[in-house]
Design a protein around this ligand. Structure first.
Ligand code: NAD
Length: 493
């Protein structure tokens, strides 16, 4: 039995963010009797409560967003005026960087250095990016066969329901909220019931930035609240990130209601290491790819495909290096792997590892023989070597720090194995051959391909899935297009 490097101290930061409250129509409403505990995953102790919104709460929030949209107080503003508000929001996020980072770490278990550098800084960048793009939302003049003045207008969709998962609360909220608001929509946001604190805090920051009442609303709660939100009359678009199972249900309901919908779903992304790659760099990249955010990353490089001549060397190096990745208190500056966000996530990983033991899979790395001796939800990196392509370890999303490794002999085989799962979110190619990198990148069925690296994202580059990883794009100008519709105006001359 191994202990974690630095057992977490009792949570000392003020984490009771608007306990039991919902933000509707620019005001906080207290829900007296329907509450859900907020658990610090590093200690298992309760640090706050959130409200469990019911269908009436949800309907009120949607009505507030509808009224704000119809009143035109937001969509009627020039784009650059909306942009100024988003730039003010970015400045407030930067001002509150430390507070937001600590909140995110306590709520999710993320190591504090990542909460600052990735979650909070990306949130500020996203407001800046879409705040700047808001000024350039414009149609175009077209030349027509008949004598006409013909032009297009780019207009907001209306009320957006933004529903997000537990693993990147700030980033996945802002990647919907910022473009939706930039385009002139109003928003009802339902964060994950497991990690709602920063969404609640964001309501106050957006109000301070100048977002008018009713334009941004937050309701908290679980699947019931989520379902009520997608079914509420008056929602024009559902922007969803989460599991493929829930995404399918949401896309089906949106089809029935003829709502706009984007679904950013699960992944099982393959990282291909060719024998000509820089092996040291490939090993480091592979480890970061599967342990980052304790493997709770939709784009985790959870499947490693290694060309046979270097297969044994790479497997051994990863299993050995994984021993040294610091696991511990998320608020400790040196921690690289924090706890999993909740007991259901830890139990899912354990169930896969039990199955691997039953199936006599070769299990390597510190997770192979480790049991947690704390009340927190800690897991350690685990490598499953020589797994079969049709096994659940390769085909299903484990969503924890677990890596499968398989050998391949030819480029064609690597591409076939990489593409042979239901998912298509991301992929990686580690090689010294630039021509091959382009060729393989084109052949991979994934919305994003990294060459000689893993995990670097940029607000200017679109993210989204192929196949069961969903459809729609977030980030980049494509992320703004998802919140706009086009009107043609034809004037007879
Ligand atoms: P989840 O699908 O369980 O929940 C996501 C959100 O949907 C939560 O807010 C939840 O309350 C809500 N919800 C649940 N049932 C609902 C319903 N019937 N109707 C409406 N809303 C409902 O996902 P999770 O466990 O929170 O997140 C993990 C999943 O998210 C993984 O599959 C991961 O790959 C995926 N994910 C994808 C991306 C991406 O960009 N593609 C990013 C992060 C996470």
């Amino acid at each position: 039995m191994t202990s974690i490097a630095n057992p977490p101290a009792e949570a000392t930061t003020a984490t009771a963010i608007r306990p039991g409250q919902l933000f509707i129509g620019g005001a906080w409403e207290t829900v007296p009797d329907r509450r859900r505990p907020v658990i610090d995953p590093a200690t298992g102790s309760e640090i706050s409560t959130i409200a469990e919104a019911d269908a009436d709460d949800v309907a009120r929030a949607v009505r507030a967003a509808r009224q704000a949209f119809d009143a035109g107080s937001w969509c009627g503003l020039p784009g650059r005026a909306r942009g100024r508000v988003l730039l003010a929001a970015a400045a407030l996020v930067r001002e509150h960087r430390e507070e937001l980072a600590r909140l995110e770490s306590l709520d999710t278990g993320k190591p504090i250095m990542f909460s600052r550098m990735i979650d909070v800084d990306t949130t500020a960048q996203m407001f800046e990016y879409y705040g700047s793009l808001a000024a350039s939302i414009e149609g175009s003049v077209r030349s027509t066969a008949a004598p006409m003045m013909a032009y297009t207008r780019r207009e907001a969709l209306g009320v957006v329901a933004a529903i997000t998962p537990f693993n990147f609360p700030l980033v996945l909220s802002v990647s919907k909220i910022a473009p939706a608001l930039a385009a002139g929509n109003t928003v009802v946001h339902k964060p994950s019931e497991e990690t709602s604190l920063t969404a609640l805090r964001m309501a106050d920051l957006l109000t301070e930035a100048g977002v008018p009442a009713g334009v941004f609303n937050v309701i908290t709660g679980g699947s019931e609240a989520g379902r009520a939100l997608t079914e509420a009359p008056g929602v024009d678009k559902v922007a969803f990130t989460g599991s493929t199972a829930v995404g399918r249900a949401i896309a089906a309901a949106a089809g029935q209601n003829l709502q706009h919908v984007t679904v950013e779903l699960g992944g099982k992304s393959a990282n291909i290491v060719f024998a000509d790659a820089d092996v040291h760099q490939a090993v480091t990249t592979a480890i970061n790819g599967f342990v980052y955010n304790t493997g709770q990353f939709c784009m985790a490089g959870s499947r490693l495909l290694v060309e046979r001549p270097i297969y044994d060397q790479v497997v051994e190096a990863i299993a050995a290096a994984a021993e040294h990745v610091p696991v511990g208190d998320p608020l400790d500056e040196g921690t690289v792997i924090g706890p999993m966000t909740g007991p259901r996530h830890l139990e899912k990983v354990r169930a896969f590892l039990r199955r691997a033991a039953e199936d006599e899979v070769r299990v390597l790395g510190p997770g192979a023989s480790w049991e947690s001796d704390t009340a927190g939800y800690f897991a350690r990196p685990t490598v499953l070597a020589d797994v079969a392509q049709d096994s659940p370890f390769v085909q299903e999303e484990i969503f924890g720090p677990v890596l499968t490794v398989q050998p391949f002999d030819t480029e064609e085989e690597a591409i076939r194995l990489a593409n042979d799962t239901p998912y298509g979110l991301a992929a990686g190619i580690q090689t010294a051959d630039v021509t091959r990198a382009h060729r393989v990148a084109a052949a991979l069925q994934a919305g994003l391909v990294w060459v000689n690296g893993w995990g670097v994202l940029d607000v200017a580059m679109p993210i989204g899935g192929y196949k069961a990883s969903g459809y729609g794009r977030e980030c980049g100008p494509e992320g703004l297009d998802e919140y706009l519709q086009t009107k043609s105006v034809l004037i007879s001359l």
